[in-house]
Write a protein that binds this ligand. Structure first.
Ligand code: 5RP
Length: 222
């Protein structure tokens, strides 16, 4: 099975977590696009959705699935999103699609987080995927210098990318993130950082991993 088939299988398996009248948080990326397509079959039974990006909102609307602002809901019953890397403890690196800040907000405002991914995303230690950091434009150089000091990694501005919030993304290469909760908090303390792509303080609750042997379910260890 290729990666796309694994993504599609994981995305379709996520439908089991969608009950009638739920408010569904919807993430961003190619795996989530498969989920949005599958969700269309339940459009009449979903109360509404909250999208983590303009791209996902557009795709939802194109399929006549209702979309609301997070502010107009009391949070989401479930949030379904992909990951760039995920560990067996369900900590993740996200933000490959530059939507990390809205993704972290919707994840925080959701009662359950279902991560959907192909098998290549499961890692022992986070950090081979460059860590995305969303920054206020005027702080770009300062934040890059602070990231070098804090992480020892190599920051690089993601060329030609502006987030849905009007900010820039710096990708930090060369990391081996042994303490994701601590690093997530420490990067967040740098002035000018809006968010970083470590999702450890609010990890996923369940991972649906598409593999050649079928969809593997991994629950977050208690
Ligand atoms: C977007 C994300 C995505 O979840 C992540 O990049 C995975 O994308 P894909 O499903 O295309 O592999 O964090 O900001």
């Amino acid at each position: 099975m290729d990666a796309n088939a694994q993504k599609k299988a994981a995305a379709e398996a996520a439908l089991q977590f969608i009950d009638d009248d739920m408010t569904v948080g919807v993430g961003t990326g190619s795996t989530v696009n498969f989920f949005i397509d599958a969700l269309a079959s339940k459009r009449a039974r979903v109360k509404t959705t909250v999208a983590s990006s303009e791209a996902s909102a557009q795709r939802l609307r194109a399929l006549r699935i209702p979309v609301s602002e997070l502010n107009d809901t009391d949070g989401c019953d479930v949030y379904v999103d992909g990951a760039d890397e995920v560990t067996e403890h369900l900590a993740m690196i996200k933000g490959g699609g530059a939507a990390l800040t809205r993704e972290k907000i919707v994840a925080a405002a959701s009662r359950r987080f279902v991560c959907i991914a192909d098998a290549s995303k499961l890692v022992g230690v986070l950090g081979r995927f460059p860590l995305p950091v969303e920054v206020i434009p005027m702080a770009r150089s300062f934040v890059a210098r602070q990231l070098v000091k804090l992480t020892g990694g190599v920051p690089e501005l993601r060329a030609g990318v502006t987030t849905d919030n009007g900010n820039l993304v710096i990708d930090v290469r060369g990391l081996s993130i042994l303490k994701p909760m601590e690093l997530e908090a420490d990067i967040g303390l740098i002035a000018g950082v809006v968010e970083n792509g470590i999702f450890a303080r609010r990890p996923a609750d369940v991972l649906l991993l598409g593999t050649d042997q079928g969809v593997r379910t991994i629950n977050r260890p208690k």
